[in-house]
Design a protein around this ligand. Sequence first.
Ligand code: T6T
Length: 327
Amino acid sequence: MSKRLALVLVTTLVLASALPAVTAQDDTLVIGFLPGVVDPFYQVMQLGVEAAAEDMGVEVVTQIPPTWGVEVQTPILDAMVARGDLDYIIIAPTDKDQMVGPLEAARDAGIGVITVDTFLGDGDYVNGPVTFPISYIGSDNVEGGRIAARGLAEAIGGEGRVYINSTNPNVSSVEGRVIGFTEVMENEYPDIEIVGVDFNLDDMNTAVSQTAAVLERVPDLAGVFGTNVFSAQGAGTAVINAGLGGEVQVVAYDATQFAIEQLREGVISLVLAQKPFDMGYMAVQFAVADAAGVTSLPRRVQTGFAIINIDNVDDPEVARFIYQVPE
Ligand code: T6T
């Protein structure tokens, strides 16, 4: 064999061995991850998404809105769709109706939609008004609201006036929590009155001032339900600022470091930890399975809770669900 022919052969072999790698890279699934806002809950969810992406060899493009709301989330979604390279999008829609149109556009662009934490329509993707998403993976928030109500009722001895601080109407997660909480108080605790619900638009400072105003207006307030990270943090802070820690009981949805510290201080009596890591991890698994042709994925997956109180907070089986976010 001439030197020249040998060189051509070697070069061809080297190129050929490089080819499969190039092809494999082209076939890599690309998944967009668009949570609701920067907060510890979604940061833990991101850890789940990234862990699954690594385990399954897919690429993830993450965009996290700086503030909560349709007007912030929609342009980010549109830009992600416009990239043209996404196969799936994992999203926590910030409104159950207003995000339907933008996500239908994503679906029409060939992107599979998986909703996590919050759902579209009524969350029934089989028989409900919205059926195009592949699945909803998240908490049963109505049940979570019921658990919060029973916890607060017990903490205040089954009687008194209570108040709810929440984020926005029309967000499936917090809306469900308020529904479940109200249902239990009305049906099971005739001696408990809900004095009102305020919406802080997911802003902690607003939650602080709203709760402070209610503490002024209702001097015998017995308890507060903070329906998410910033609501509970704001409600707890207002109670502490008013010097009422331990007198006005707080129940917190979401297991942040703040909630756990205040549980230890006796300001917060119950903390509901959701399972955001599971939501993120499973959503990536679902995308991979869908891409592989799996047709029997459940259209709704409930990820459950860890219910944390002062008696079990140090149990490692419970404490593992406290939201641990990278520094
Ligand atoms: O409570 C979570 C999430 O479930 C909700 O939809 C929005 O608020 C959080 O992200 C906590 O801040």
